[in-house]
Design a protein around this ligand. Structure first.
Ligand SMILES: C[S@@+](CC[C@H](N)C(=O)[O-])C[C@H]1O[C@@H](n2cnc3c(N)ncnc32)[C@H](O)[C@@H]1O
Length: 392
């Protein structure tokens, strides 16, 4: 016998046979086994297995249009639409379902999983084996109010030493890329070994100040033309330092105008040059993948959560870099998604390469405490100006 899931709904108008027939006809366009409605003592039950929710929404829009032409009163179309609305309302409250050919499967959606006893097997394999016996202290510290909500001008390697161990919830940053960009006060073309040595010394400090359970998210773009996979080198480094690699987000910038004529060896396999329209966000956790926090302080909505855990984010690059006077900013939308997905309201967010303060401006807007460090005085002044005045 086929299993169904059911929700209960009520409407504040009369659902006569005509309306029920109208709705049943619409539901017959849904994937099999078709959903159906049954009246009960306190309203109606809606039984369903797999739903094409977009189709339900389109049908509801079509009924609204029909209703516009039907004059005043409770038209049949209006009541049928009221029923669809009530159904959609209840169905959209359900957060767990599988997706199959674009339809939501609410029943047995785990049954077809190819790997049985997934949890047991994960345990046997030992998840993040490289981060065991990390020696990280589990005792976190609270930062005093003088240390937070600040933009600090200086070399992060030195400034970070002034912060206590285990005191920051989330670090989100984009290091200088070593591409030869014209930053205000800093060379951006070093021999790669020296670049990584200096970067990793700062990352060591980042790991130290991060809370147990805290996360560090590094936005990084490899220099493909030098054949340096910076995202892999950075990930390897953090893993060597016993941080858990929590995942990777592909930031699709859709900037197809990038070097479109640089083909390498044109029409020849001798040395074709690959092109990229995306960057990476590498995510690491200290000690545990689960972060302690009060669920009341989670400000991400259900829709945002569902969209953003699919780890390919299509976000246009920052368009106002000239206005801010910085050559390598990331857009506010990127910072906003990272902060809402990986931290709670009230957490401390740090950016050790804060530039003109995108991370700090967004962190403040989202009710987080923040610390932004940059070596350039000029960028720090701009970063402060982007903050809401209440704090300064
Ligand atoms: C890619 S940019 C970050 C831009 C930033 N995400 C934004 O949206 O404005 C890297 C920044 O690192 C800064 N920087 C380079 N070396 C540094 C260091 N040792 N300490 C602190 N900041 C540094 C540069 O001045 C530059 O602003």
């Amino acid at each position: 016998m086929m299993n169904y899931k059911s929700v209960h709904f009520t409407v504040d108008f009369d659902v006569d046979e005509k309306v029920l027939a109208n709705v049943s006809n619409l539901l017959s366009k849904q994937p099999e086994p078709h959903p159906y409605i049954e009246p009960n003592a306190s309203g109606y039950s809606f039984y369903f297995h797999t739903l094409d929710v977009k189709l339900l929404q389109r049908q509801s829009e079509a009924l609204s249009k029909q209703d516009l032409f039907s004059g005043n009163g409770e038209s049949e179309a209006k009541r049928a639409n009221g029923v669809l609305h009530a159904i959609l309302n209840e169905v959209n409250k359900i957060g767990s379902y599988g997706i199959k050919s674009g339809k939501r499967q609410y029943v047995d959606f785990n049954a077809e999983r190819k790997v049985r006893n997934r949890k047991g097997k994960e345990k046997n394999r030992s998840q993040y084996y490289y981060a065991q016996e990390n020696g990280f202290s589990e005792s976190n510290n609270v930062l005093s109010s003088e240390l937070v909500n600040r933009i600090i001008c200086g070399d992060s390697f030195e400034v970070l030493k002034t912060l206590p161990n285990n005191s920051v919830d989330l670090i989100f940053t984009s290091p200088p890329y070593n591409f030869g960009l014209e930053y205000d006060s800093q060379t951006d073309t070093y021999f790669w070994e020296r670049y990584f040595e200096e970067l990793f010394a700062i990352f060591d400090e980042c790991i130290r100040v991060l809370k147990y359970g805290g996360r560090i998210v590094v936005n990084i773009q490899p220099l493909f033309s030098d054949y340096i996979p910076s995202h892999h080198l950075v990930s390897n480094y953090f893993m060597k330092k016993k941080m858990i690699w929590k995942g990777e987000i592909l930031w699709e910038k859709n900037n197809y105008n990038c070097k479109y004529t640089a083909w390498g060896s044109w029409k020849s396999p001798s040395n074709p040059y690959l092109k990229y329209t995306w960057e990476f966000l590498e995510i690491f956790a200290k000690g545990t993948i689960k972060k302690e926090g009060n669920s009341e302080n989670a400000d991400i909505t259900a829709d945002e959560f569902k969209k953003w855990v699919v780890a390919k984010w299509s976000i246009a690059p920052e368009r106002n870099m000239k206005e801010f006077g910085h050559p390598a900013m990331f857009p506010e939308e990127l910072a906003s998604r990272v902060i809402k997905l990986f931290s709670f309201v009230g957490d401390v967010v740090l950016d050790p390469f804060n530039g003109v303060g995108t991370t700090t401006a967004v962190a403040q807007k989202l009710g987080r405490k923040f610390i932004g460090i940059d070596i350039s005085q000029e960028y720090c002044v701009i970063a402060e100006k982007r903050l809401r005045p209440s704090l300064f």
